[in-house]
Design a protein around this ligand. Structure first.
Ligand code: AMP
Ligand code: MG
Length: 330
C-alpha cells in the first residue's frame, strides 16, 4: 500500500510518497523564504500553490509510482497558517477526486511523532516537538496523543527567528544562531522561564535585545540563548518522562536539527537509562513523508473523510484527533 502525503502548514510545501513498511519512495520539498522579515501567510500560500505541481511530479518520478498505484491521499489538516493549509488541502482534494482515492486528514504534530516513532523502532516514546510555530512535549495515553507541556507564548523556532532578524540577520534564524553560538564564550544571564511542564520565550527575547543594545556580542547572545532555551526544553522533557514513567524520547521539528539540543536531550535521556532518537534532518523538518506515513496509519484505521468534511483546522490540537492505530489503552 502506497500513500501520498501533502504538507503545507507553514513555510514548507512538500509531497511525500511512503509505503506500508515506512519506506520513503519519494520526497520533494520547497521552503518559502521571505526576502526580509518573517513569514507572510498569504505569500507563503502563493509559493505553495506555485510549487505544488512541480513537487508532485518530482515525488512521483522519484518514487517511480504511477497515480494508479497510489492508494490514498493524506494532507496536513492543522495546526498551521490558514492560507497555507488551504493550499495543500486543495491539492489533496483535487487528487483524491481526480484519481478516485480516499482522502485522509492528518494532524501535523502527530505526524512528526509517528515518523520518528517508526524510524526509531521505539514502541512508545515521548516526543519533544520543537519547531517554528510549535513547542510541545507529547505522549500517547488512552487512545490519543496528549500534550504534557508546551510553550505559553511563541514557538521556540519563531523566537529564534525573531531574535536573529532583530539582530540584523535573515530568516530562518535558528541555523545561523547555531553557527554563531559555536563562537560564543560568555554565558550571559537570561530569563529561565519554566512553569511546571510549560515554557515561555518572550521574556528571553526582550532581555536578549536589551543586552544587545548594551553591547553584548551576537556570538555570546547566540550561545547564551541556546544554552538557556535548550535547558528549558530538556528540563520539561525530563519532568514529563518522570511523571509518565517513560524511558525514551524522539525529537521532531526544525529546531530538532540543532546539534546542541540533540546532545543535551540525548545526555539527559541516556543518564536516565532511556533511549534517544532524532530523525535525519529532511524528516525532522516539515515534510510530506511524515504526512503520508501517518495518513497510511489513519487510512488503515478507517479515518478517511469525504471531501465535504475535509475542512482545514488552523488551531487543531494534538489531543483533538484520534489515534486508533495505537489502541485505546496506554
Ligand atoms: P519547522 O517549523 O519544523 O519546519 O522548523 C523551522 C524552524 O526550525 C525555524 O524556526 C528555524 O529557524 C528552525 N531551525 C532549523 N534548523 C535549525 C537549527 N539547526 N537550530 C535551531 N533552529 C533551527
Ligand atoms: Mg512542523
Amino acid at each position: 500500500m502506497v500513500t501520498l502525503g501533502i504538507e503545507s502548514t507553514a513555510h514548507t510545501a512538500s509531497v511525500g510518497i511512503v509505503t506500508e513498511e515506512a519506506e520513503v519512495l519519494g520526497l520533494a520539498s520547497s521552503m518559502y523564504r521571505p526576502a526580509k522579515g518573517g513569514i507572510h501567510p498569504r505569500e507563503a500560500a502563493n509559493h505553495h500553490v506555485a510549487t505544488f505541481p512541480r513537487l508532485l511530479r518530482e515525488s512521483l518520478d522519484q518514487a517511480r509510482v504511477r497515480p494508479s498505484e497510489v492508494d490514498a491521499i493524506a494532507f496536513a489538516q492543522g495546526p498551521g497558517l490558514g492560507p497555507c493549509l488551504r493550499a495543500g488541502a486543495t491539492v489533496a482534494r483535487t487528487l483524491a477526486l481526480r484519481w478516485d482515492r480516499p482522502l485522509v486528514p492528518v494532524n501535523h504534530c502527530v505526524a512528526h511523532l509517528e515518523i520518528a516513532r517508526v524510524l526509531s523502532g521505539l514502541e512508545d516514546p515521548m516526543l519533544l516537538y520543537a519547531s517554528g510555530g510549535n513547542t510541545q512535549v507529547v505522549a500517547h495515553g488512552s487512545g490519543r496523543y496528549r500534550v504534557l507541556g508546551e510553550t505559553l507564548d511563541v514557538g521556540i523556532g519563531n523566537f529564534l527567528d525573531k531574535l536573529w532578524i532583530s539582530l540584523g540577520g535573515t530568516f530562518p534564524g535558528g541555523p545561523e544562531i547555531e553557527k554563531a553560538a559555536l563562537k560564543g564564550v560568555e554565558l550571559l544571564t537570561l530569563p529561565y522561564s519554566v512553569h511546571g511542564m510549560d515554557v515561555a520565550f518572550s521574556g528571553m527575547l526582550t532581555a536578549s535585545l536589551a543586552l544587545h543594545r548594551k553591547g553584548a556580542r551576537r556570538e555570546d547572545l547566540a550561545f547564551s540563548v541556546e544554552v538557556t532555551a535548550y535547558s528549558m526544553l530538556t528540563e520539561i522533557t525530563e519532568r514529563a518522562l518522570a511523571h509518565r514513567r517513560r524511558g525514551s524520547v524522539v525529537l521532531g521539528g526544525g529546531v530538532a536539527c540543532n546539534g546542541r539540543l540533540r546532545k543535551m536531550v540525548q545526555e539527559m535521556v541516556e543518564a536516565r537509562g532511556g533511549r534517544f532518537f532524532a530523525p535525519p534532518n529532511r524528516l525532522c523538518v516539515d515534510n510530506g513523508a511524515m504526512i503520508a506515513w501517518t495518513g497510511g496509519l489513519a487510512h488503515r484505521s478507517g479515518l478517511a473523510v469525504p471531501v465535504e468534511a475535509s475542512a482545514v483546522d488552523p488551531r487543531q490540537r494534538t489531543d483533538r484527533v484520534l489515534a486508533p492505530w495505537r489502541g485505546t489503552v496506554g
